[in-house]
Design a protein around this ligand. Structure first.
Ligand code: ZN
Length: 82
């Protein structure tokens, strides 16, 4: 999968919203390959040139994605903030 957010991936809201559910009732997301439910966050830093930036100055955009702690498979969820 591409790390570019093309609108097809669930995006985790940032900052985290308060949720009113009992997490014990919620299913853990599992790795498609090894069924592990533990993931690590990997950061990608994107350089936005001054021409493309809304402020007219070069900016950094951060993207996070989750990777299976055991087999390294990328989870199809991207977290974005800038
Ligand atoms: Zn895995």
């Amino acid at each position: 999968m591409s790390i570019n957010d093309n609108g097809n991936h669930p995006v985790v809201p940032f900052p985290d919203k308060k949720i009113n559910v009992n997490l014990d009732d919620c299913e853990n997301v599992k790795c498609e390959d090894c069924e592990s439910d533990e993931f690590e966050i990997v950061w990608i830093l994107k350089k936005i040139s001054a021409v493309l930036s809304t402020t007219g100055k070069p900016e950094l955009l951060t993207l996070e994605y989750f990777k299976c702690k055991f087999c390294g498979k990328r989870l199809n969820i991207i977290r974005r903030n800038r």
